[in-house]
Design a protein around this ligand. Structure first.
Ligand SMILES: [Zn+2]
Length: 416
């Protein structure tokens, strides 16, 4: 299925990486993690998780538009009770009432239905074409959640086109495809007991369905089909982000993920072509006071000072103190939220006071954990292969084919 044998990535990276002048930050980085033992398995999936991914494409909306271009069947939650079928479903509104789900003007006395297109038929939901099948679930507040059940590889085709520019070098697209596949499988295994595995927005991986697919990103998915990353044979959350801004962050920034492949503190200046490699924001004293008030933290006007008081070893801000009529301390993530995630692109910044406010000099876009996408693009430009790129950003991880795991999918501990 693919040309890559199972390989210990750590064995292949040094020559390639050192030759392009890149070094792992040594300040305790390697030694600190050398003693980590393999994490215990937190669970084993009862059946292959590779078959389907459940993507919440609509959450808590009063109505959705549904059309099916071709034959279809709507069944109850059991998948057996046929409620409606036809050769085509013209665009109709689907909504929830006290009595159940209404499709067009037809009341289905069900709180959960499945929509299954026949082979070659296509679902269109709110104008977006989707592969796979749909599960429409009525929520307690009479809104609808729609979950797209889609094959793993089809899901990735819809994700990669949204997560990476299709014109990037092929080896970087393949590296991101493998990271995205690993990440969603981890989510699938960790969320076996809830209604869906991932949402279709930036909170998980951005998913465009069939409508969003592009030729080159689809090729990257196809050429890496079934390949994932493991750590001591276990699937881990292979986070990735747009631009690290100079150094990657430890996995503990995202939860209990302080493991070797996510150790962070990898020097990466390869992302310097990113528009977000460096950024500057100026916040007036009034901006700061207003943001705190809007967030329900009360008034501290006049604001007299603002200072970073704690950072991670990789340099990201974990605590900011704001002085005014009283002192308020916020976490790095809260601080970003105060001013907007699209305004402050990361928590890697410094604060310099000036007469009318504060200058924030920032680096990168995103959490900085795992693979840096802009860095991966540059490394591919410098002729590194997808496996070499992954070896750099996820040290000691192994590249394996899902088939080799023989259905024994285990994850690292954490994520609960
Ligand atoms: Zn980078």
């Amino acid at each position: 299925m693919n040309q890559w044998p199972r390989v210990q990535l750590a064995l292949i990276w040094p020559a390639a990486i050192v030759s392009i002048g890149c070094l792992i930050a040594q300040q305790g980085g390697q030694a600190e993690f050398a003693g980590i033992q393999p994490a215990a398995a937190s669970m084993v999936a009862p059946s292959s998780p590779a078959t389907n991914i459940r993507v919440a494409v609509v959450q808590r909306k009063p109505t959705v538009d549904l059309a099916i271009l071709g034959g279809f069947q709507i069944t109850g939650a059991d998948g057996a009770t046929s409620l409606r079928s036809g050769d085509k479903l013209s665009r109709v509104a689907v909504r929830a009432t006290r009595a159940g789900i209404v499709v067009g003007d037809e009341q289905l006395a069900q709180r959960r239905v499945r929509v299954e297109p026949r082979r070659d038929a296509t679902i269109s939901l709110n104008g977006q074409r989707l592969r796979g099948t749909l599960e429409i679930v009525q929520q307690a507040d009479n809104t609808l959640t729609v979950v797209n059940h889609v094959g793993l590889e089809d899901y990735l085709r819809g994700v990669l086109a949204k997560e990476a520019p299709h014109y990037w070098p092929m080896e970087s697209l393949k590296a991101i495809a493998i990271a995205a596949r690993t990440y969603v499988l981890y989510q699938r295994l960790e969320k076996a007991s809830v209604d869906y595995d991932v949402s279709g927005d930036v909170m998980s991986q951005v998913y465009g369905g069939r409508s969003g697919e592009k030729g080159r990103t689809t090729r990257a998915v196809r050429e890496t089909a079934g390949l994932i990353l493991t750590y001591h044979g276990k699937i881990f959350p292979s986070f990735y982000h747009s631009t690290c801004g100079g150094m990657t962050e430890n996995g503990s920034a995202m939860g209990p993920y302080d493991i070797e492949p996510l150790q962070g503190r990898l020097v990466c200046t390869f992302c310097s072509a990113s528009p977000f490699y460096r950024w500057t924001r100026i916040l007036s004293r009034a901006d700061v006071a207003w943001a705190l008030k809007q967030a329900g933290r009360g008034s501290i006007w006049p604001v007299t000072g603002m200072e970073v008081i704690a950072r991670t070893p990789a340099g990201r801000v974990t605590k900011v103190r704001i002085d005014g009529t009283r002192q308020i301390t916020v976490s790095g993530a809260e601080f970003r939220q105060l001013f907007g995630f699209d305004q402050l692109r990361s928590t890697a910044f410094t604060i310099t006071p000036r007469a009318d406010g504060f200058v924030l000099d920032g680096r990168g876009w995103g959490h900085g954990v795992g693979l840096c996408q802009w860095g991966a693009a540059e490394l591919a430009q410098r002729s590194l292969s997808a496996s070499e790129i992954l070896a750099y950003y996820y040290p000691t991880a192994q590249l394996v084919d899902l088939d080799e795991l023989h259905g024994q999918f285990t994850t690292i501990e954490g994520g609960h």
